[in-house]
Design a protein around this ligand. Structure first.
Ligand code: ATP
Length: 438
């Protein structure tokens, strides 16, 4: 039997479909051909800061053994053509099949780059021509980039799981009981995360678009996710569910330090530096920070919907040492390239000292300033003084890592509760019930 990696991307639009669902349609047919899965289906999130994405820049990969690669590719291609939004010219679908036990290094490197930079079609075409690859693309064929990146990211480091249930009736509102979800969320036995945003009691497991997803639960363990699903009370019918292994919730895209002399548009990463200007609040309640790092500067934008980041960043002072992670925006008419913050880590808080007016030794009254650097005068007896008193102010913020509220986090953002609980054990072969059609 031959090792096969099947990458799929860019099959949906805001009007419908979801590449995760289309992947289940392919899997449903491939299972009839007696494939042997060598991993859970993979859901790979790519650079969230590129502009072409529909929602969360997801790409998919199925890894299995089969002795019928030609038939496999034919089936996958047929399902793609029949179901992708490309048929309405609303997507640029791509599907790639690699036959190889080991993933070639250049595909692994391509996948790494796809997490934190913009990739050009020329880079893709070079790799396709070098390797034992079969592919099919529609429209601009941009989906081939994500399809290849999904193959190249084997999730050999920290990873999580996502159970996605799809709905039978696409026209009705998604019905999930908040109470049952709170119970699951509070019970740590399920090791799930980002179920609810308690800041506004928003359910985060149900999307709001026209896609076929009913709900999607994330967690550290696939069996826990299955158990959590069985405790979730729902008011609609699910049509199928699948468990994906994923890089979601790992911050895998933010592992590279920016070279501020050479930053690129849409790049993701982080900068370590010092606040060089007092935070500036702009229209809409967004905050601008200027960071200095080895004599280079960058402006960082902290957007109001991040709530926590906005509150924290307003209280930062010139001289504070921070690490800020996020993505580089395109230059606009108003601003040069800006780092849009996805997290702030405060490493050192500068001492904040204010000048206070001295008291008159005779009258015990607080003296008045007579102008900048001119000293003080007692308004009662007229005595003058040049003694400037300083008082240390207690800072309202603490050192540490700050993330946006859960509803404003990226799919890739590593939630606070996952720090120290990273999952490096790779149980590749799917166990228990990981895919079912009802
Ligand atoms: P969904 O999450 O609903 O599946 P999406 O947000 O993943 O949708 P797509 O419709 O797949 O969005 O569109 C993203 C497009 O960007 C794809 O064509 C993909 O190949 C391409 N792409 C992904 N990462 C990069 C990158 N780093 N550089 C250039 N193109 C990229």
């Amino acid at each position: 039997m031959i090792d096969i990696h099947l990458g799929i991307d860019d099959t949906d639009s805001n009007e419908g479909m979801c590449t995760t669902y289309l992947t289940t349609l392919i899997l449903e047919e491939l299972m009839k051909k007696n494939i042997i899965m060598t991993d859970y289906p993979n859901l790979i999130r790519l650079n969230p800061n590129i502009p072409w994405k529909t929602r969360g820049n997801a790409s998919l990969c199925l890894r299995f053994k089969s002795d019928k690669p030609k038939i496999i590719f034919k089936i996958a291609k047929k399902i793609l053509v029949e179901n992708s939004e490309s048929k309405k010219q609303k997507a640029n679908s791509g599907i790639i099949m690699l036959q190889s036990k080991k993933i070639p290094d250049e595909i692994i490197k391509f996948a790494e780059k796809c997490l934190y930079q913009e990739i050009k079609m020329t880079e893709l075409n070079k790799i396709i021509s070098h390797n034992n690859i079969e592919y099919f693309g529609q429209g601009t064929k941009r989906g081939l980039i994500g399809a290849l990146a999904a193959i190249g990211n084997t999730l050999s480091s920290d990873h999580t799981y996502e159970l996605i249930a799809y709905r039978k009736n696409i026209k009705v509102e998604r019905g999930v009981s908040l109470e049952s979800l709170i119970k699951i969320d509070k019970s740590k036995i399920y090791s799930t995360f980002n179920n609810i945003d308690y800041n506004n009691f928003r359910i985060l497991i149900t999307p709001h678009g026209k896609d076929p997803i009913f709900f999607a639960m994330r967690g550290n363990n696939p069996i826990d996710l299955y158990n959590a699903m069985s405790k979730l009370e729902i008011y609609d019918q699910a049509e199928r569910f699948i468990i994906y292994r994923s890089n979601q919730g790992t911050s895998e895209h933010l592992q590279n330090k920016f070279d501020l002399k050479n930053i690129k548009t849409y790049q993701s990463g982080y900068v370590n530096g010092t606040i060089s200007k007092k935070p500036n609040v702009i229209r809409g309640g967004h905050i601008f920070l200027k960071i200095e790092s080895n004599n280079n500067h960058i402006n960082c934008a902290i957007y109001a919907p991040t709530i926590t980041l906005k509150t924290i960043s307003r209280k930062l002072e010139k001289g504070d040492e921070v690490e800020i992670g996020g993505g580089i925006s395109k230059k606009s008419k108003e601003y040069d390239q800006v780092l849009n913050a996805e997290y702030i880590k405060i490493n050192k808080l500068t001492k904040k000292v204010i000048n206070i007016n001295p008291k008159c030794k005779m009258c015990k009254k607080v003296m008045k300033s007579i102008g900048y650097n001119k000293g003080y005068k007692c308004i009662k007896c007229g005595v003058r003084s040049n003694i400037i008193k300083k008082r240390k102010i207690t800072r309202e913020i603490k050192k540490g890592l700050y993330l946006p509220v859960p509803s404003a986090q990226r799919h890739l953002t590593k939630p606070i509760e996952r720090y120290g609980k990273e999952n490096y054990k790779i149980k590749n072969i799917p166990k228990g019930t990981w895919f079912r059609i009802f």
